[in-house]
Design a protein around this ligand. Sequence first.
Ligand code: NAD
Length: 323
Amino acid sequence: MGEKKMYLIVDENTSQYVNYLEKSLSISATYLELENGEKNKNFNSVLKVWKFLNHNNLKTNDILFILGGGMLTDLAGFAASTYKRGIEFVFLPTTLLAMADAAIGGKTGFNYQFLKNNIGTFTLPKAVFIDTIFLKTLPKREIDSGIAEVYKHGIIGDVNLWDYLKENTEKLDYHRLIKSSYKLKLEIVNKDPHEKGLRKKLNFGHTIGHAIESYLLNSNSPTLHGFAIAKGMVAESYFAKKENLLTEDNFQEIKTVLNNKFVNYFNFKIDPKEIIHLMLSDKKNTKNSINFSLPQKIGEVTINHEIDVEKVESYLLDFFQND
Ligand SMILES: NC(=O)c1ccc[n+]([C@@H]2O[C@H](COP(=O)([O-])OP(=O)(O)OC[C@H]3O[C@@H](n4cnc5c(N)ncnc54)[C@H](O)[C@@H]3O)[C@@H](O)[C@H]2O)c1
């Protein structure tokens, strides 16, 4: 019998764990190393994965392993889900963000024509193995970016998680954060895998957050995904207050907690008009209105809340002027 072999996609930072995997699984890895970072979540990287799969002649009964953060799980998951009409893949998430969020729920994709996740599929991985040992080498900035999505899970459906984060800002129990997060996300995506309704709750903070992320990426001063989403959550909570969905007290609580936590990362310059333009190109919106998932209180979010574009523009200008 031949040696056991795994096909693996890594990036420049996660390749340091290839030996660890080979040793712990007693397996030899044939791997492709992609360039890291959101700027490489593009078609060129997808092509490299397809080329690797063809070169190694993976068949539909082979499994591709993906060892990395959310950029890599989204991108290589997409490549695997389209190669030969789809081969199975397993995620080995290495960032807090991927463990708590991105590796769960089956959204794959890459950025195209200045839009986040413009091309993608819904394809579930065969399995996700979470090993927090990888977090030991993850820079604090990346940990904090991941925590932003955990705050989101608190606001949309887990008051205990929100209270825990409110009371503990440092020395966090990562196991607790990851477990609460993926449990909440799984509960939602199992009920609505293709985002027809309930799953839209997870988009809280992302309508504005994705536009901020794309805007900064295209203007060559990128921020991290979590920080754009954190800012998006503060802005969308302001919208919820303006739309009489959220009380002033709840808005102030969300704003204060997120501003305090992310104060060192919120120093980006935004052009609100460009943000509107990017939101209008988003797949979820029509010409005249923008679709939001907005909080009604901490732990509860309403979906499909449409706001006219003119109103969005005035809220956004207000928000950034008073920010
Ligand atoms: N599919 C989904 O449901 C979903 C949900 C949320 C976010 N996302 C996507 O996830 C992406 C953000 O995820 P991310 O923050 O994990 O990004 P990432 O994959 O870009 O990782 C962040 C950085 O950390 C490095 N890194 C990864 N693991 C490491 C480790 N263990 N030690 C040291 N360095 C390491 C990476 O090389 C990279 O430079 C975005 O593209 C976002 O759109 C997807």
